[in-house]
Design a protein around this ligand. Structure first.
Ligand code: FES
Length: 322
């Protein structure tokens, strides 16, 4: 199976005042690979950028992929291209769906979305409803006009499982999150998606109320704040478990760059530690994790993976499973 898929922009329409929904279908007319709620794809834009977007809508429907892109005032180019230049009929390349935010089986769940963070959680809500799993979705929007999928959500779900909170009417996450979590039994799985500040606040409140890290699931397509780099970094070496080849990784290079320079293929996409494309098991050594893809539990598990595009080593040598 090819790693990338050729797709056509089948439709593009306004979702709220700030976002565009985009339907992608296979260029060859065949069904696209199946996906589960929480999955995302890398979209290779003609301007040379690669961006990650969650798949949304109903996951079981063989109707192409639906993504939704907010217009970001501080766009690094991806959302600007999509909002200003992408047109129906245009051909794009996308990755296979990758799921780093899977829904786990539970008797009941709470979903907390803010802004465009609704996209994976909208897919989750549809899937839970189809399986008759009870859930409560709190959706925080700047105002009702700005929110994506507000009308679709309100058509599908009643007040027993959906609450749309309008910040412009004084119902902001800051004012409401504590209440939402107070109404939720401690330990019930919570799924979060939205701006970094929203997710940090929700996580903080949940942890203060007794949730453990593993009961809070989140996804953020934003790079973690970079730690001090270059000057105070140290050189370490990276070793391939399969051949024993070893190369130094100097402060100004990533492990991925060193591997590529030596002819080792590294699957790269975001190169910012946010997509998971380059995650590779580590056989020996202590990882200095710098990605925002893996959870704290995954970063301290007995077997760990390293994001080759950004993470480094705390030990003199790191042996990776390549
Ligand atoms: S390339 Fe995306 S996490 Fe490394």
């Amino acid at each position: 199976m090819s790693d990338v898929l050729s797709v056509i922009v089948d439709g593009l329409w306004r979702q709220g005042s700030q976002s565009l929904a985009i339907r992608l279908v296979a260029e060859n007319g065949q069904p696209l690979p199946a996906w589960q709620p929480g999955a995302h794809i890398d979209v290779h834009l003609p301007c040379g950028l690669i961006r990650q977007y969650s798949l949304t809508g109903a996951s079981g429907v063989d109707d192409g992929y639906l993504i939704c892109v907010a217009q970001e005032p501080a766009s690094r180019g991806g959302s600007r291209y999509i909002h200003q230049q992408l047109r129906p009929g245009q051909r794009l390349t996308v990755s296979q769906p990758r799921n780093l935010f899977p829904l786990q089986t539970a008797e009941r769940l709470t979903l907390l979305a803010a802004g465009i963070g609704i996209t994976p959680l909208y897919a989750m809500a549809l899937s839970l409803a189809a399986q008759n799993v009870p859930f409560m979705l709190h959706y925080y929007v700047k105002n009702r006009e700005a929110g994506a999928f507000v009308r679709e959500l309100q058509q599908r779900f009643g007040a027993e499982c959906l609450a749309v909170h309008d910040s412009s009417a004084g119902d902001s996450p800051r004012q409401h999150l504590a209440q939402a979590l107070a109404q939720t039994p401690v330990g019930q799985p919570v799924y979060l998606c939205g701006p970094a500040g929203f997710m940090a606040t929700a996580r903080q409140i949940a942890q203060a109320k007794g949730w453990t890290d593993t009961q809070i699931h989140s996804e953020a397509f934003h790079p973690v704040a970079t730690q001090a780099h270059a000057l105070d970094e140290e050189t370490f070496s990276v070793t391939l478990a399969s051949t024993g080849e070893r190369w130094p990784v100097p402060p100004h290079k990533t492990i991925a760059q060193v591997l590529q320079e030596n002819g080792v293929a590294v699957p790269l996409s975001c190169e910012m530690g946010i997509c998971g494309a380059c995650l590779t098991p580590v056989v020996e050594g202590i990882i200095d994790h710098r990605d925002s893809v893996q959870s704290a539990a995954e970063k301290s598990a007995s077997t760990q993976q390293i994001a080759l595009c950004c993470s480094r080593s705390r030990s003199a040598n790191l042996c990776i499973d390549l």
